[in-house]
Design a binder for this molecule. Structure first.
Ligand SMILES: O=P(O)(O)OC[C@H]1O[C@](O)(CO)[C@@H](O)[C@@H]1O
Length: 500
């Protein structure tokens, strides 16, 4: 959006600045229902956001001006939306056949064929003695599978136990392998580039520990490098340049997911995401959940000036969602240059952070209630659990409702230490149940919201050049740690002397 495009939002925020949330709801009680959207098993209520209907109209006008529906179409059709790298971002083609363009439809067919191969590989592993899988990868090659496996594996013993290894810290490898039997373990090395230091070092540790190459699999867009590592071609599943790492769990990067929950359940996860793709593409702006979520994010960042955003799943099974979203959101939207290279005049991504309730109520919620910064929050709840402890779920849901209400309404007291200002905005997202389908929908909702926020800010959601500099400096410093070279920077030199 051109500079000044958000001035109208700020004017609404200024108009509303003397009207607390409690008042907004009191004077327009119908918003409790009108500001909610449902897509299949997913329900989202935006009534506790600090906008009114007039401000919301301004947000929709902004969405029209930015042509969010057209942007969605471009994404699905495989237009080069990753402009700085001159390529498409076709993660939707991993699960949906919604494109009108031949290249995107070919991508869909190719992805389906890889899933057929994946199914056969899983059947072969199921017929073997293997009981444990170690998934080695980092960032987008780890966080998505780790989240979904943790969320959906359930309490029952499954055919495979799946373990994740990401950190280059050797103690992570030591812990991941502790208690495993190399004869009953297989490893999957997941790396889009097959050039990531952490994954290659950990991959070598695991391969050596296994004792031979026979049970090492790979998922990569660089099949050549995976082969050079010593992995047999029939054990390499491809991915492609047109899938960003943090958008890749739907591809063969989801191999550990399919091993943990079964291939049919993995297909259901994809079907849920496809349902959200269809909704994001077809629903009018006013009823479009990812668009509303994106507009709310822009409102909180650019009209209210919120510098951080919390994500608070009230479900133990979703405890890794904040970690996953940190990469999805902050790697995608942590940009200071517009698509055309000009400097941004508006703030982009806030810091995303969070953790699972109710634990977090007893750690950082004090700051949410009475801290000087207003922190908008996404609360996420699941109506029906799959555990046998119904009373606990009621308590969980009561806490979820209580927190959103208390944050919004606050409470007065003559004692300033006991007063709650309230006026803390939140969105409440409810899943009927946590299933592969509903989780697929939730994740795809966030993916599309992130993309639409990028469109509103005029930035590229699909590159991540910001992570490169640190990697380059680290590879220069590795020989310096051994004493084979010296650092130019005086502070680094001093620190190196201590580390050596
Ligand atoms: O899959 P790869 O190529 O090993 O990369 C892992 C991760 O590293 C990053 O490039 C960030 O360092 C992420 O974008 C990516 O998901």
């Amino acid at each position: 959006m051109a500079g000044g495009a958000f001035d109208g939002l700020r004017a609404h925020a200024a108009r509303l600045s003397g009207t607390p949330l409690r008042k907004l709801i009191e004077t327009d009680p119908a918003r409790a229902c009108d500001f909610a959207l449902r897509v299949g098993p997913l329900y989202a209520n935006f009534a506790r956001q600090r906008y009114d209907r007039a401000a919301l109209d301004e947000l929709f006008a902004l969405a029209e001006a930015a042509d969010l529906p057209g942007a969605m179409r471009k994404l699905l059709d495989g237009a080069p939306v990753n402009a700085t790298e001159g390529r498409a971002a076709l993660h939707t083609a991993l699960r949906s056949d919604l494109s009108r363009q031949a290249a995107a439809r070919d991508a869909y067919v190719e992805a389906s064929e890889v899933r057929v191969r994946m199914r056969r590989m899983i059947e072969a592993l199921e017929a073997s003695e293997i009981t444990d899988i170690v998934s080695v990868g980092i960032g987008g090659s780890d966080l998505g599978p780790r989240l979904v496996v943790d969320a959906l594996s359930g309490a029952a013993r499954r055919r495979f136990r799946v373990h994740f290894l990401s950190n280059v810290d050797g103690s992570a490898a030591q812990r991941a392998l502790a208690g495993l039997d190399p004869k009953r373990t297989a490893a999957i090395l997941i790396s889009k580039t097959f050039g990531t230091q952490e994954t290659l070092l950990n991959g070598r540790i695991v391969r050596d520990w296994l004792g031979d190459d026979a049970r090492v699999y790979a998922v990569s867009a660089n099949v050549q490098r995976a082969g050079d590592f010593g992995i047999a071609p029939e054990r390499i599943l491809p991915m492609w340049d047109w899938v960003g790492g943090r958008y890749s769990l739907w591809s063969a990067v989801g191999f550990p997911i399919a091993l943990a929950i079964g291939m049919d359940a993995f297909e259901n996860l994809l079907a849920g995401a496809a349902e959200m793709d269809g909704h994001a593409q077809a629903a009018p702006l006013q009823q479009n959940l990812p668009a509303r979520h994106a507009l709310t994010a822009v409102w909180n960042r650019n009209a209210l000036g919120a510098a951080t955003q919390a994500v608070l799943p009230y479900d133990e099974r979703l405890k890794l969602l904040p970690n996953y979203l940190q990469q999805l959101v902050m790697e995608s939207l942590g940009k200071s240059a517009r698509l055309d290279g000009a400097a941004l005049r508006e703030q982009t991504v806030p810091v995303w952070w969070g953790g699972a309730g109710t634990d977090t109520q007893h750690s950082f919620f004090q700051a949410l209630h009475q801290g000087t910064q207003v922190v908008p929050a996404d609360f996420i709840g699941v109506v029906h659990g799959d555990d046998p402890y119904a009373e606990n779920r009621k308590a969980l849901l009561a806490n979820l409702l209580a927190q959103t209400e208390a944050l919004a309404n606050g409470s007065t007291s003559d004692d300033p230490h006991r007063a709650y200002a309230g006026n803390r905005p939140s969105t409440l997202i409810l899943l009927d149940a946590l299933t592969p389908q509903s989780l697929g929908m939730l994740i795809a909702m966030y993916e599309h919201s992130v993309y639409l926020q990028a469109v509103l800010w005029g930035i590229n959601a699909f590159d991540q050049f910001g992570v490169e500099l640190g990697k380059q400096v680290a590879s220069r410093l590795l020989p310096a740690l051994n004493g084979d070279s010296e650092a130019d920077d005086p502070v680094t030199r001093e620190l190196l002397a201590r580390l050596r």
